[in-house]
Ligand binder design. Structure first.
Ligand code: NAD
Length: 366
């Protein structure tokens, strides 16, 4: 679905008739933007698909999987007809399905670029999970493919649609605890053996690609600027069968142009989920910071520590993310987490790996 076909989006197949407020008349509301989900694994089926129910502008219309039983099971559960169920072999036929506006790629990392580019070439907008891809070159190819096709590209950085993270960004930008001096960010979990995340050809890397990217992304969105230099240290026990091909622990320090320093952790052998913005007059602390739910914030300002709670949000971060791309398509605007955002993370990740392997500070080229 190209951007130019807004008329079809606003009044096409599946348009809902709602009351216009004028007695005796009904107008067609914009039809919801149709998503195809590619890869029916854990994240797609447990977090993404159930949350279309909370969307105002997005709906699930198609499924892509290599497992016929999953297509059958989830097709039945979500009312997706056989005509809208695809295998990887006939994936490119999504081109002919006008109900599909967006393809959401929820595959292992090394497949993101290929399936995103094929979606763009089929004329579809793309939502792609993090990490956007496994190299800067792949990210650039994805951006180019979407630009050439005239389709939008968004990366699944769900925390940007989560109220506490949005508040933390706002408070940091407004220097609520004084101008930011330091950011600390830690993400990790003890990984179980026997999964694609531990297989470099599929994952593209270890904890950094998977969970450390939350530390990096948070440091960037809390600082509100791009890091210019990184120094990283890696520690991986190569005798541990989980870490034959990917790294376990990384710590890295990012230097930002304004002078902010961010000290970040990434781990596949210890549990972390927190960040802290430290300003000249106190700090903003989030622990946990980026889980699926249950964020908790405390603020220390002028010597007083207090929790900060927000009213329950009517829309969770998953529905917020899905609706955001739909709104960008309807209004022809650019997602706040476009391909450029995913590319920026991959640029830093490549510099982190280089710094760790060469034992030196590495300049990050924008
Ligand atoms: P998963 O292993 O549960 O699912 C991956 C799916 O890809 C499976 O259904 C598998 O069958 C399919 N697949 C297709 N081709 C494959 C191949 N060649 N090898 C292996 N699997 C193949 O993984 P997941 O946890 O759902 O992660 C999928 C993507 O979503 C990853 O990129 C991950 O980083 C991302 N993710 C994001 C979040 C988030 O909070 N944003 C959370 C979890 C995962």
């Amino acid at each position: 679905m190209l951007i130019g076909s807004r008329r079809e989006i606003l009044g096409g197949i599946g348009a809902l008739a709602i009351g216009s407020g004028v007695p005796g008349r009904a107008v067609a509301a914009p039809r919801k933007i149709g998503y195809a989900i590619v890869g029916l694994g854990s994240y797609a089926t447990r977090q993404i698909m159930p949350n279309f129910a909370g969307c105002e502008h997005a709906r699930l219309v198609a499924l892509v999987s290599g497992t016929p039983a999953k297509l059958e099971q989830y097709g039945a559960e979500y009312g997706i007809p056989a005509t809208h169920r695809y295998s990887y072999a006939n994936y490119d036929r999504i081109r002919d399905n006008s109900d599909i506006d967006v393809v959401y790629v929820v595959l292992p990392n090394s497949l993101h670029a290929e399936y995103s580019i094929r979606a763009a070439r089929a004329g579809k907008h793309v939502m792609c999970e993090k990490p956007m891809a496994i190299s800067v070159a792949e990210c650039e190819a994805m951006i180019a493919a979407c630009r050439e096709a005239g389709t939008k590209l968004m990366i699944g950085y769900r925390s940007r649609f989560e109220p506490y993270n949005r508040l933390a960004i706002d408070l940091a930008r407004r220097a609520h605890v004084g101008p930011t001096r330091f950011i600390t960010a830690e993400h990790g979990f003890p990984i179980k053996p026997g999964q694609w995340r531990l297989d470099r050809p599929l994952s593209g890397g270890g904890s950094m690609m998977d969970i450390g990217i939350y530390s990096l992304n948070a440091a960037r969105y809390l600082a509100g600027e791009e890091p210019v230099e990184v120094t990283a240290v890696e520690t991986t026990d190569r005798s541990d069968p989980r870490f034959k091909t990917v790294e376990d622990r990384l710590s890295f320090v990012l230097r930002f142009p304004s002078g902010i320093q961010a000290t970040c952790l990434s781990s596949y052998s210890s549990a972390h989920n927190s960040y802290r913005v430290i300003g000249t007059q106190g700090w903003i602390d989030m622990e946990p910071a980026t889980p699926y739910e249950g964020q908790s914030m405390r603020i220390r300002k002028d010597g007083v520590v207090a929790p900060r709670t927000l009213p329950a949000s009517p829309k969770n971060q998953f529905a917020g993310q899905l609706d955001h791309l739909a709104e960008c398509i309807i209004g022809n605007t650019t997602p706040i987490v476009s391909g450029a955002e995913g590319l920026a993370d991959l640029r830093v990740i490549e510099a982190i790996y280089r710094s760790a392997s060469e034992h030196r500070a590495v300049t990050i080229n924008a």
